[in-house]
Design a protein around this ligand. Structure first.
Ligand SMILES: [Zn+2]
Length: 175
């Protein structure tokens, strides 16, 4: 397994539309393992393949939520290959989102709070489930990456420009 470099905005690859996975091969499963290692190391709760430069419709999620309040985070790795949203609730929820490709920046984004999604898992088996809460938010955020969309695209131009300016400043300070 390997920690892969994560692309950051404004890398043009992040704007690319990812293509469907044709077949779940051992190579793809290695990529999945590397994506988990990369996500845990970052650390983050979701990562799309395009964020490590691979334009395939594949993403991984692990909310790493503790069993009980104040408890140790528990790893529950989820793999989504060729995910599709088949139904969304009318009710929206606001969540303060961040992204490994827009490091250290957060903003409130409104999304449907419940979705029904269909995807292939790590073994290529078909799954369909209704998801809610943070998992629903996270899946929608990661699925945006497959279309070349970042969470900052959901913000007003003013807010987006503010974040990009802050990011540029933080990079200059770090350089
Ligand atoms: Zn992201």
């Amino acid at each position: 397994m390997a920690v892969l470099p994560i692309l950051e905005t404004p890398d043009p690859l992040l704007r690319r539309i990812s293509s469907p996975v044709e077949e779940v091969t051992p190579e793809l499963q290695t990529l999945i393992d590397d994506m988990f290692e990369t996500m845990y190391a970052a650390p983050g709760i979701g990562l799309a393949a395009i964020q490590v430069g691979v334009p395939k419709r594949l993403l991984v999620i692990d909310l790493q939520e503790p069993e009980e309040e104040g408890g140790e985070p528990v790893r529950r790795p989820l793999v989504f290959i060729n995910p599709e949203i088949v139904e969304t609730s009318d009710h929206l929820q606001v969540y303060n989102e961040g992204c490994l490709s827009v490091p250290e920046m957060y903003a409130e984004v409104e999304r449907p709070d419940r979705i029904r999604a269909r995807w292939l898992d790590r073994d290529g088996s078909s799954r369909e489930e209704e998801l809610d809460g943070l998992l629903a938010i996270c899946l929608q955020h990661e699925m945006d990456h497959l279309e070349g969309i970042l969470f900052i695209d959901h913000l007003s131009r003013l807010k987006r420009d503010m974040i990009l300016k802050k990011l540029a400043k933080a990079r200059k300070l770090a350089a």
